[in-house]
Write a protein that binds this ligand. Sequence first.
Ligand code: FAD
Length: 638
Amino acid sequence: MKLSLYDALQNPEQIIETMKDADIATLALVLTYITSDLSYLEKIKPYVKGAFDYAVNVPEDISLEIRSALTKKLLKITNKNNKLNKFNPIENKYLDQLMSVGVGTEVAKEYIPMMEEELNFDTFSARDHFIDNIKKHKNKPKVIIVGSGLCGILAVIKLSKANIPFTIIEKNDSIGGTWYENNYPGCGVDTPNHVYAYSFEPSFEWKEFYSKRDSIYKYLQHCVNKFDLTKHIKFNTTVESIKYDESLKIWKSTIIYEGIKTTIESNIVISAVGQLNKPSLPDISGIETFNKPLIHTAKWDKNYNFNNKIVALIGTGASGMQVAPELAKITKKLIIFQRTPHWIIANPNYHRKLSKGKKWVLENIPYYASWYRLQLFWGFCDGIHESLCKDPNWHFPERSINHTNERFRINMIKHIESLVGDDKELLDKVIPDYPPYGKRMLMDNNWFKMLKKENVNLITDKINYINQNSITTINKSYNIDAIVAATGFNAGKMIWPIKVIGKKGINLNDYWENDNPRAHIGITVPNFPNFFMMYGPNTNLAHGGSIVFQGECQIRYILGCINLLLEKNYNNMDCKIESYIQYNTKLDEQHGKMVWTHNKVDSWYRNKSGRVTTNSPWRLVDYWNFTREPKETDYIFN
Ligand SMILES: Cc1cc2nc3c(=O)[nH]c(=O)nc-3n(C[C@H](O)[C@H](O)[C@H](O)COP(=O)(O)OP(=O)(O)OC[C@H]3O[C@@H](n4cnc5c(N)ncnc54)[C@H](O)[C@@H]3O)c2cc1C
C-alpha cells in the first residue's frame, strides 16, 4: 500500500531520508512557496546551475536543513486528509524570484506569465480563460473533432469543460494516435515525460524520465477515462471529406464506418489528425517486388519473429535510433542503411529510472510536481533558440551556423569519438557534415555502442534497388529476411487524404499546392471558416518544448475564437487573407535565418521547393503570445 503524506510524516527521520532522492532545488522551491521565507532560496542560489537535477550540487548541510525544515513545516500543516491547513502561499510578486533560482538563471520578465501558466497552480489557470465565459451562453456551436490523439483528447477535455457539444471521429479502434500506432520495440519520447503531460494532469506513474510508448499510451487512456470521453468517440470511423455549405454556414463531414458512408453536420471542425500519422515508405526501385516482411515502424508486426534473422533497417532518424538497439539484441545480423547521419546528443537521464523515493515525493509532497515540471519546462524551453539562428559573419558556414552551434558540434563529436574513435572508417560514417539541429536532434540510445557490435553493419552506400529477397547498393548485394522501414511519415502532406472543401469549392490540398501547407498561426486558413487545426502547418517544434505545449496554446486560441463567435453572435469567422499572408511572410523570413534552411540540410521539415512547412521558427514565448487570444481584426465575421 502507498504511504500517504500524513502517515509518512509520523516518521520524520524517514521522510527526511526519502527526500534525499528528490531534487533539492525543487524542495527548496516548495519550502519557500509554502513558508514565504526567501532565505532558503538565497542558500541554494549559488549551486543551481541549470534546470536539470544533475546540475545541482548543494552541500549536504544545506540540503539537510532544507529537508528538515520542509518536514517540520509539513508536519505542522498537513491534516489527516493529506491537505495543507492554514497556509498562505508566497505572494505572486515573488514568484519570478523562485523561478529564477529554480532554473539557475534569470527568467526574463516576458516569460513570467507563461511560466505561471505552466505552474498551473489553481490561482493561475489562465489557460482556461475563455471557458467560464463560453459556459454562460445557451446556444453553443456543435463541434466535430477529427482524431483522438494527444491533441484531440486535449481539445475535448477543454470543450467538455466549457459545455460545448462535440463528437470525435477516430479511424482507429483506440484513442492515442501516435502512441497507439507506434508500438515498435524501444518506441518512446525524447521530451522528458514530466513535461510530456498536460499541464493540468500530472502523471505519477512514470517509471522513467523518458518514458516508453506503453506508459504514454496508458497516460492518455487515463485522461480519457478520468474525463469520461469514450462515449463521445466514434471509433473505427474514417473522415473522408469535410465540405463547407455556404448557404447553411455549416460543415458537412462524410464519414465511413464499416464501409457505410454517412454525413454529419457541425458548426465547427477541429482537425487533430497530427503531422506524423501517415507512414511513408522509401522510394526505392523494386521495393514492391520484395516478397518477405517489410515492416514500417509505425505499423509494427508483433507476430514477426526477428530472432536469428538477417534484417535490413532503412532509416536512421528518430524511430531508427530507438528500434535499432533492440533489433541488434535479437537478430543474427542487422544491416543498417544510412542515407545521412544524424547529430546525436548524450543525455545522462535518457535511460535513468525514477527512484522509489523520487516517485513518492512527486506524488505526495505538495507543489513538488508543479515546480519540478516548471524546471524541466525551462530546460526544454527557448534556451537554445538563438543558437539556431545563422550568424551572417560566421567563419565556417558550411559546417555550423554560429559560435554556439560550432560548440555543440565539437562537443557532440567528442562524444562520438569517445565511443567509436578507435574505428576510423566508422567514425567517418557517423559524423554529419551539416550543422547541428539542422535535422531532428537525436538522443544517444546506445547507438554508437550498438554500431560496434559484431552482428551490426552500417552501410552508407546508396541503395540502387530491392528485389524479392535482397537489397543492392552501388557496391554489393545483401540477402535479407526482412526489412524494417524507419522512414518516417508524409508529414508535409497535411490533413491529406481527407478532402477539405471550403468556400467557393476551394480544395484545401490545392490551396496548399499539395505540399505547401500554411495557416494563420498554424490554426486557420482563409476560405475555410470555423475550420481549426491543432498541430497544423509550422507548429512542430525542433528547438525545445513539446507538442503538449503547442496543443495547449492552440486549444486556448480556438476557445478564444468560439468565445468571440458567441459574444458577437455570429455563425462563423473566416481568416482574412492579409493576416494569413502577413503571418506566413514573417514566418518564412524567420525560417530563412534558421538552421533548418541551411543549404546542406535536406529533411522532412522542408517541401520540394525547400520551404519549411512543418516546423515553427518561433520561440515558445512568441507562439504563446500569438495564441493567447484571437485578434478580431484577423477575421471576417458572418
Ligand atoms: C515515435 C514518435 C515519437 C515522438 N516523440 C515525441 C516527443 O518526444 N515529444 C513531442 O513533443 N512529440 C513527439 N512526437 C510527435 C507526436 O506525434 C506528437 O507529440 C503528438 O502525439 C501528436 O498528437 P496528435 O493528436 O496531434 O496526432 P496523432 O497522435 O498522430 O493523432 C492523430 C489521430 O487522428 C486520427 N486520424 C487521422 N486521420 C483520420 C481520419 N481521416 N479520420 C479519423 N481519424 C483520423 C488518427 O488515427 C490518430 O488517432 C513523436 C512522434 C513519433 C511518431
